[in-house]
Design a protein around this ligand. Structure first.
Ligand code: 5AD
Ligand code: SF4
Length: 487
């Protein structure tokens, strides 16, 4: 599933930002407006896919004169880009909309009208409801319709009424979005690149197939062109994004369908691109060619987010995951044979309908067998309209709480053990920026850990060997070593 990310080295139900965090996102840094530019205030909740989408919406609105602003009060257009994965998402949207309504009214009293839009998965799922409960919203648009945003802005301005557009269009949205503007990546050493969207897997608990629509892959040439532009602007590490990224099947320049392994190989020959990651993967799509790519492509980082959700075959079946716990174990073995230093990360759900104590124990057993460097765990929460929502034998909240606590304690132990296991190693660190202390730089290990090192600013954008000296709860400290130092 979506997402992930550049996860912090924390692990709890809210570590992942589904619906739990808002952040500024946009194609460029928000700042004061020049000349006649119009202000665009983007509020982004949810996964990295949403962050990426916000940046693309900023891009499509740029030709209309919209530029990002820091404060909603300065904005001629406010977009709330939402997430539906976690519970109470809709309520959170209505409460945020209440706040934005006041700003809109204040601005209106000053003769400065504001276009208010709701985008993303909540918009997709509850569009009609939003317009009914919050009639002051001007535009509701689903994730598949961003390319129509300029037209909708124009229509909303003309009509003075609300516009709703949450259909899945026949055309793929990738064909219609403009090329990402260079500022999206300027100055960044790491960047996300969406290559695939949607999901046809229909896991019992998940809304994504309903909100994000059917699986669609972007054409290879368009991905490579965007990656080249990113590399030229200084990006050294790319994370390929997709709800089911390893199901990628884009049209290649040779007219054939390329899988993710082949795409990664082509990306790895782009000058300047040192590292490639991808997220999120489904175990069923972890083909032998992709496993071999982990063996053959040094640029493919040895860290893989491979959600398993449960270790019980009964629950995996009820979840419609399409594999057993042992098949997952075998997959991990194959990955470790191909790339011995690969670290695994995963998602878990406790309390799926029908989950017994034995089922939960099977999940704990799988965690003990595999050993995860990082994990995100969630209590099952009902998503209306999904098969599990109406399933019998829903699990009591208190039982879910207990299971989540036990599971997170084990995962925290494993995460600490993993971080401890790299102390003493020398590993390549890609430097991404300055640390908090003067003279300190921060970079990223191959296993996604933030690493603090004393060194000059010129390290930014450079990958250098670092001896990992110490670990803290969410990061490591290290020392630069000479390129030829033995490890
Ligand atoms: N309840 C709890 N967790 C969920 N996830 C998705 N849907 C639900 C739900 N209804 C979790 C899964 C998925 C991650 C992104 O969110 O673990 O992999
Ligand atoms: Fe991931 Fe399953 Fe949801 Fe698809 S349906 S996005 S595979 S959890």
């Amino acid at each position: 599933m979506t997402t992930d990310l550049l996860p912090p080295l924390t692990q709890n139900a809210d570590a992942r930002t589904y619906g739990s965090e808002s952040s500024q996102a946009g194609g460029a840094e928000a700042g004061p407006l020049a000349g006649s530019a119009r202000g665009l205030h983007m509020i982004t909740w949810g996964c990295q896919m949403n962050v990426y989408d916000s940046a693309r919406m900023t891009d499509v609105l740029r030709p209309l004169g919209y530029a990002p602003v820091e404060s909603a009060s300065d904005a001629d257009m406010i977009i709330l880009n939402t997430c539906h994965i976690r519970d109470r998402a809709a309520e959170k949207v209505f409460s945020e909309l209440g706040r934005l309504r006041l700003i809109k009214e204040e601005r209106k009293a000053d003769g400065r009208p504001t276009v208010l839009a709701v985008a993303g998965c909540v918009a997709q799922a509850e569009g009609e409801q939003i317009l009914k409960r919050a009639p002051y919203v001007d535009i509701v648009l689903g994730p598949q319709t961003y390319h129509r945003l300029p037209e909708m802005v124009a229509r909303a301005a003309r009509a003075g009424g609300s516009v709703i557009d949450t259909d899945f269009p026949a055309e793929q949205k990738f064909d219609f979005l403009p090329e990402a503007a260079a500022p999206q990546t300027q100055g960044n050493v790491t960047a996300f690149l969406t290559v695939q969207e949607g999901c046809d897997k229909f896991c019992s608990f998940c809304v994504v197939p309903y909100t994000r629509g059917a699986e669609a892959s972007r054409a290879v040439a368009s991905v490579l062109a965007e990656a080249r532009r990113m590399a030229e602007s200084g990006v050294r590490e790319i994370t390929l994004l997709g709800q089911n990224v390893n199901a990628y099947h884009g049209e290649g320049p040779d007219g054939r369908i390329w899988g993710l392994a082949r795409l990664a190989e082509a990306l790895s020959s782009i000058p300047g691109l040192a590292r490639i990651r991808y997220t999120t993967s489904h175990p069923r799509d972890m083909g032998d060619d992709l496993i071999a790519a982990h063996r053959d492509l040094p640029a493919l980082m040895p860290f893989l987010h491979l959600p398993v959700q449960s270790g019980s075959d009964t629950i995996l079946k009820a979840m419609n995951r399409g594999h057993t716990a042992d098949e997952y174990r075998r997959l991990v073995e194959k990955l470790r044979e191909a790339r011995p230093d690969i670290a695994l990360s995963s998602d878990f759900i406790v309390g799926h309908p029908g989950e017994t104590d034995e089922d939960f124990e099977a999940t704990m057993a799988l965690i003990r067998d595999v050993g995860f460097a990082l994990a995100y765990s969630f209590k099952y929460s009902i998503r209306p309209g999904t098969p599990a929502a109406g399933a019998p034998r829903q699990v009591a909240e208190t039982v879910k709480d207990e299971r989540l606590q036990a599971l997170q304690a084990l995962l925290r132990e494993q995460q600490d053990a993993f971080n401890a296991s790299v102390v003493g190693l020398t590993a390549p660190v890609l430097f991404t920026g300055r640390g908090r202390k003067p003279g300190q730089m921060v970079g990223r290990s191959p296993w996604l850990q933030p690493v603090h090192v004393d060194g000059p600013d010129t390290l930014i954008g450079v990958e250098r060997p670092v001896r990992l000296d110490a670990r803290f709860s969410n990061s490591l400290a290290g020392t630069l070593v000479k390129e030829c130092a033995p490890t």
